[in-house]
Ligand binder design. Structure first.
Ligand code: SF4
Ligand code: SF4
Length: 459
């Protein structure tokens, strides 16, 4: 049976959409979700709010509204951040509604030819690390160099349109690690083995911030966890899943399950672990996505969730020392290192994980956690949202950067690669630009000997 997306008219007529509409029924139009909604925050229109979209879905199902390009554009402005699900007192599962709607939005007549081509290009590149590496290779002489600075300052990057400019602005400095072969094999635990996990590298994370996976490996193994890295592991499908491309997502998911199954046939794992919360959210949805096909058969955990449950080992805790302050002095009780932890939507709303990263960060001596005013509002990254809806995403990025910088923190902390790239870009334009690091990087630095590469102050 084909699982390809039905057309918009099928969506209206299809009886199968009726249970979906039943999901919307508990909505009492109270509007409690509106202040948390990122798209409503920047667009201010009812049609770009969860309540408005739920109303539109009901009208489509009732045959009173056609899902045409204009209506579809109001679904495209949704970031899929699920803040509305957390906020809703009636328990409306808007996440289920938007995930079921997204495949319908990919019907050719609902987007402009440019938007279709752009999405096709991004989804043909981002989930395939080897293709992306090939594309990035010539950009190594540009990204993070004075040439890039000059191109931005002279407005050259604006000539190619808002979407390509947004891509350029997210491009980080590319290091040798970006182009190195993916780590593979078995990395043994230090000391007595407490657990054995498979580590999902993520497609964008392994290229755009390879230090995160390296730090995750250090922290896991230093805590007595053996880590298996299957040869040739691909993308988990988070990027395509977020765009409603279900067939492509299922192909990527099957390949990833196969890679881990083959690598661990003789040595079962305790968990599949990942250090990017967007990936973790999709990996946890494999049972629904693969519908009875072979799956991992073991729990999927965000690395913070896994380590908080396992508990940091006594040996690891003993190694943790204060991190350096921006002036190079070690943090102390008189002057702690102030961290503003950014809650990624796919972590806090998608996986219900809020305390675990904070708990781990508090294990580092002389750390003070500061809370952003709008911690639960999306930063505008949201998969490829910041590339296909650049204006709305940029506004959200500016709000998030100002919020994090405004806490007075020395450092922002993010456990999702998409958020980290987005926040880094926008923090750079604030009056108080601060660096962004992953919790695993901070733990690895705190456990390293001061003065070593791992123990250096955050750049
Ligand atoms: S989705 Fe929930 S919070 Fe939003 S209007 Fe409906 S009932 Fe109220
Ligand atoms: S998922 Fe996020 S952007 Fe979409 S309606 Fe809900 S709160 Fe708004």
């Amino acid at each position: 049976m084909s699982r390809s997306a039905p057309s918009p008219s099928d969506f209206v007529a299809d009886r199968a959409s009726q249970p979906l509409i039943a999901v919307a029924d508990p909505c009492v139009h109270c509007g409690f979700c509106l202040p948390t909604c990122a798209s409503y925050r920047v667009l201010g229109t009812e049609m770009d709010s969860p309540r408005g979209r739920i109303h539109a879905l009901k009208a489509i199902a009732a045959g009173e509204l056609e899902l045409d390009a204009t209506v579809a554009s109001h679904f495209d402005t949704c970031l899929g951040c699920f803040a509305c699900v957390t906020a809703c007192p009636s328990g409306v599962r808007y996440d289920q509604l938007i995930e079921a709607t997204r495949p319908q939005l990919n019907a050719p007549e609902l987007r402009s030819p440019w938007q279709r081509q752009l999405r096709r290009l991004l989804l043909a590149l981002l989930p395939y690390p080897q293709r992306l590496r090939a594309l990035l290779a010539p950009l190594r002489a540009y990204a993070g160099t004075p040439l890039q600075e000059l191109a931005r300052r002279t407005g050259l990057t604006r000539l190619f349109g808002a979407e390509l400019e947004a891509m350029e602005r997210l491009l980080p400095a590319l290091t040798a690690e970006t182009f190195a072969a993916d780590p593979e094999g078995v990395v043994p635990a230090q000391g007595p083995r407490r657990a054995r996990v498979g580590l999902v590298l993520g497609c964008v994370q392994r290229l755009f911030d390879p230090a995160v996976n390296a730090a995750t490996l250090q922290v896991l193994t230093a805590n007595g966890v053996e880590v298996v890295l299957p040869k040739g592991q691909g993308c988990c499908g988070a990027v395509t899943h977020h765009q409603g491309e279900l067939d492509q997502t299922r192909r990527l998911a099957r390949d990833l399950v196969q890679a881990f199954t083959a690598a661990t046939a003789d040595h079962p794992l305790d968990a599949i672990v990942v250090a990017a919360s967007g990936c973790g959210h999709t990996l946890k949805q494999y049972p629904e996505l693969l519908q009875g096909e072979q799956n991992f058969g073991i729990p999927v955990k965000d690395v913070q969730e896994f380590l908080a449950e396992l508990g940091l080992s006594e040996a690891f805790r003993a190694r943790l020392h204060p991190l350096p302050l921006p002036d190079g002095q070690a943090a102390s009780s008189a002057r702690p290192l102030r961290l503003a932890y950014h809650d990624a939507c796919h972590m806090i709303h998608g996986q219900g994980l809020r305390d675990q990263p904070r708990q781990l960060l508090r294990a580092i001596p002389h750390v003070e956690l500061l809370e952003a005013v709008e911690a639960g509002v999306c930063c505008g990254s949201a998969g490829i949202y910041n590339l296909v809806q650049p204006a709305e995403a940029a506004e959200l990025g500016r709000i998030k950067a100002a919020d994090l910088s405004g806490t007075g923190a020395d450092l922002a902390v993010s456990a999702n690669i998409g958020c980290s790239l987005q926040i880094r870009e926008h923090l750079a334009s604030t009056p108080r630009p601060i660096p962004v690091a992953h919790p695993m990087e901070l733990l690895a630095r705190a456990a390293a000997t001061p003065g070593t590469a791992e123990g250096r102050a955050p750049a």
